[in-house]
Design a protein around this ligand. Sequence first.
Ligand code: UDP
Ligand code: MG
Length: 315
Amino acid sequence: MQLSIIIPLLNEEESLKELHDWIVTVMQSNHFLYEIIFVDDGSTDTSWDIIKSISDANSNVKGIRFFKNYGKSQALHAGFKAANGEVIITMDADLQDSPEEIPELFQLIKTEGYDLISGWKKKRYDSVIAKNIPSKLFNWAARRTSGVKLHDFNCGLKAYKNQVIKNIKVSGEMHRYIPVLAKNAGFSNIGEKIVTHQARKYGKTKFGMERFINGFLDLITIWFVSKFGKRPMHLFGALGVLMFIIGFSFAMYLGIDKLFINTTGRLITDRPQFYISLTAMILGTQLFLAGFLGEIMVQSRTNETRYNISERVNL
Ligand code: UDP
Ligand code: MG
């Protein structure tokens, strides 16, 4: 199997047949051995019936159906688990991504040796205010925090080496950051290809403005997890110690002042330093405890692997 094409979808009944036929045309003219995996993320329209009838007619077509809507990341994850191809392509079901890009993406992975190629919708056909401007900002922030130099993290059209998708876990709404997950898992040969983009032909977008809020929150999570996920004490412990030292210094100052210098002055509880000292010491202890709890959680996840094996011999 050369190619697995994974298509997550939610209520895209109008597009599925047309998309399938278009992909098949491209596959046949390039003589690819392929599979198409439709992942129905809890559609409430006739999408699943259409997938079943397409797969009756074409044995290369497979389908996975969720009980309910779990989100695009989960749909991709399920597709990744089922995929058998040497190269995995993901694309949206709404005909915005063009199957004509697949042969070139395949070559980039197969012969140029890239781990991951991300599509770049350089010329977009979405609304300017709702998508283009926020997405520029979002991509800029993602580049800065992750160090992965891509223009368009959220493009649905991407190509992966099989190893890559078998070694990453797409949780939450992390589909926007698969290139970052790949980089954190040790796949650094990440490239970009300008792809054509069409306006949505049928139906409407499944993500509203909340995509940007959720996207930024996920970005913070991914930054934190990749930097401190395996050693939480290094962040919380350091902050905790710093806070505690600040608080303790104020307490010392107040104590010395009261005992030896200004013995008849104001009550300690009337002085602002007292409150600074109190809060800083409490916060410091709390942060320190958070670090300890984090470490205990990391330690107890013993059966979860913290490494990715790239090859094996005699095993
Ligand atoms: N999608 C999905 N589950 C969801 C939301 C979306 O599988 O919960 C699919 C959707 O059917 C489409 C792709 O993800 O195939 C991209 O969604 P959409 O076109 O709505 O996003 P946009 O192009 O507006 O970024
Ligand atoms: Mg779309």
